[in-house]
Design a protein around this ligand. Structure first.
Ligand code: SF4
Length: 448
């Protein structure tokens, strides 16, 4: 099939542009502080907090996380987090009370006890001010949730939660070291709804060892039956040279590219049939969900958390490896928690990587974001709005021709469209606008 070369191409996820691969090492942390100080007083803020701890490692995991040998390490981490939040608050000169989105990611944020989660929320509120009616979200592991815990989190202000389901089939769960029954996930879902959570998201995966088209279809049906508001579906990225624990996965049991494609398309068909609209590359949402409405109106955004309705002016990031975004560029804190904490103890910015974006980077970012969100874009119109000459994408025809020939992209005048049935190849088309993209193996995840 002519799609195979594209399906096996390693392409960025385009949750940012330039992508994190382009961030420069030894980037001065002082830039992050200057950009924070320069935010306009009326700027709206999104805040991300990274908690790099889990109770147990899932063999497929691609996140920046670890299993600490004692809770004491996590408690010290929270101390450093709060210290860095207050250091940043002293630099911030904007208006308080404009944090419209607060997102805890990981790792497993609910690895932390309620006291420590509450301490971080209170620090963010004191430092920057949570906006009334804002979104406070966390990623969680259903194995760490109880009825009482869900109530406590809701009382702290959390109103949105996302948790990893991946696959309900026990043989698959045994192969990925993540045993959680359907009953356990259903109970966690009930606790959250009873506690008043307005939005629940499930993550599913395809391409895991032991998965078949029938098993993923069954999981999709069971997941949809629990009526989460949103479902994200990711292909497993096998990168054992980068994530050593993935060596525990038997490569001989990994589905090949044809099977991965069949699994992804079957999940989509099941979810569509059960009332979930396809959103962007890999998200699904109920018709009444805000994300579906944003996707339909062309106002959906894409950031490090994936597809979102978040339109904040800046993303402030706290925690080891966390990535922040300003109008001027991207900043990333040290991944190593020891280096990260030592910088904070010296009252320095923990940022060590980043990139100052150029006007052309911002143009390409806008084109890629619209394409990833809308499956269509008019690059010439965006270029004209941003004051660029007609020939800024002069090399585009050469890059697009093979995609058009394969039926992945269509061209109508200046407008480029990715047919809905080819949405899995959105990243291949986005790469045509990526001035830094180098077609090479093992740099990014495969398209399918
Ligand atoms: S719970 Fe999530 S972050 Fe932790 S190891 Fe499993 S997949 Fe990775």
């Amino acid at each position: 099939m002519q799609l195979i070369p594209f399906a096996t191409q390693d392409v960025p996820r385009y949750t940012s542009y330039p992508t994190a691969v382009q961030f420069q090492p030894d980037f001065p942390g002082a830039y992050a502080d200057q950009w924070l100080a320069a935010l306009p007083p009326e700027a709206t803020l999104s805040v991300y907090v990274h908690i790099p701890f889990c109770r147990q490692l899932c063999w497929y995991c691609g996140c920046h996380t670890t299993v600490p040998n004692s809770y004491e390490r996590a408690a010290r981490y929270v101390g450093h987090l709060v210290r860095d939040i207050m250091r940043s608050a002293a630099i911030f000169e904007g208006r308080k009370g404009r944090v419209t989105h607060l997102h805890f990611g990981g790792g497993t944020p609910t690895y932390l006890d309620d006291f420590h989660i509450g301490e971080i929320v209170a620090a963010i509120d004191k430092a920057f001010g949570l906006a009334p009616g804002g979104e406070i979200a966390l990623e969680s592991d259903p194995r760490t949730l109880t009825r009482e815990r869900a109530r406590v989190l809701a009382r702290m202000g959390f109103n949105r939660i996302s948790f990893g389901v991946q696959d309900f089939a026990t043989p698959v769960q045994m192969r990925i070291n993540r045993l959680q029954t359907y009953g356990l996930v259903a109970a966690a879902n009930d606790y959250l709804r009873d506690a008043g959570f307005a939005s629940v998201n499930f993550d599913l995966m395809y391409g895991l060892p032991g998965q078949t088209v029938e098993s993923v279809a069954r999981t999709a049906q069971q997941a949809a039956g629990l009526k989460p508001d949103r479902i994200s579906v990711f292909g497993y990225a096998h990168v054992p040279w980068f994530k050593k624990h993935q060596r525990m996965i038997d490569e001989a049991e990994l589905p090949g590219v044809h099977a991965r494609y069949a699994q992804a398309t079957r999940i989509e068909a099941e979810l569509n049939g059960l009332g979930y609209a396809s959103i962007g590359l890999d998200h699904f949402a109920l018709e009444q969900d805000m994300l579906t409405k944003a996707a339909r109106s062309g106002t959906m955004r894409r950031n490090f958390q994936g597809y979102t309705t978040d339109v904040s002016d800046a993303l402030l990031a706290f925690g080891a490896s966390a990535i922040g975004e300003f109008a001027e560029g991207f900043v990333q804190s040290a991944r190593d928690t020891l280096e990260w904490s030592q910088r904070i103890e010296r009252d320095e910015s923990p940022v060590i990587r980043g990139i100052a974006t150029t006007a052309e980077d911002r143009l390409r970012a806008a084109v890629i974001e619209r394409l990833m969100c809308d499956l269509a874009v008019d690059p010439a119109a965006i270029a004209a709005r941003q004051g660029f000459p007609d020939d800024v994408f002069a090399d585009l025809p050469e890059k697009l021709d093979p995609l058009i020939a394969a039926g992945i992209a269509e061209l109508d005048g200046n407008r480029i469209t990715v047919p809905a049935r080819r949405r899995l190849f959105l990243r291949n088309v986005a790469a045509a606008f990526d001035a830094h993209f180098v077609a090479a193996a093992n740099r990014h995840a495969r398209a399918v």
